[in-house]
Design a protein around this ligand. Sequence first.
Ligand code: CO
Ligand code: CO
Ligand code: CO
Length: 320
Amino acid sequence: MRPIEEIFQSTDFPDLLVGLGEPDDAAVWRLDEDRALVVTTDFFTPVVDDAYDYGAIAAANSLSDIYAMGGKPFLALNVAALPPDLPAEISGEILRGGAEKARQAGVVVGGGHTIQDKEPKYGLIALGFVDPAKMITKAGAQIGDKLLLSKPLGFGTTTTALKNGKADPSDVAEAVEWMQRLNKGAADLAREFAVRGGTDITGFGFLGHAYEMASASGVGLRFSYGKIPILAGARRYAQEWIFPGGSTDNRAFFGSHVKFDSQIDEPSQMLLFDAQTSGGLLLSVAPENLEPMLARASETEETLWQVGEVVAGEGIEVTN
Ligand code: CO
Ligand code: CO
Ligand code: CO
């Protein structure tokens, strides 16, 4: 089989700034000196029972890859696969959840495409603009930078507890609120404080996406466990070892690149591999911009946790 990188040579597409070679959160196409298009798509099966919430989470998640590039989304299309026997009011609620979330982001949904399928799937194709000189990539982290996270962890274990009938409704409500939240405010802060390295936390979990960033940037990342925000319910489900299959896969795939302090127990380690849906942005900010950025975040009521720093070397270290 002919690999994609042989079909598309990067020298043939000089305006495709991101998309060939090392994968990033979205493809970026240069339009002119100070404008580029950011293009991405994401869709998935339901993570929660409520149709409206599912639509809103899927839309927030789809837009997140544009925010992760430092971009501003403006246009989207629905991508949906819906069972033919699904009541019209349920499918309508999924699309309404997505549309209202897009509206909140300042994005218009200009159409889309729906097919029939046994299991529902929904998400967006999204377009945004970014200044090519200021875009954020996984490769932009520099030694000495501080690392910030915009949402807590624990969505995978919480939604799996829900599927297993073991979740406390208040824990689910808390996770749903976070998953629906746009990373727009975090991206605004990232632009204002000249962040160049970053990504969003989704299926590969916190450490999987962090490792991608470390590897693309040619640096090591050091996190302190106690500073990483984790939902209280998720800590309890982790102790019962309730994780989605993806979290186990993440640990198997990325575990060899991570060194944990021996005080950190197995469930706590697994929480950092937990597969997330619509997770936060992980941003790498220059040390001199850290305090002003945190101060602006608290002024604008945006959540940003300082979780670690960028160091020389490779791989990831998690201290207690
Ligand atoms: Co992403
Ligand atoms: Co994506
Ligand atoms: Co069509």
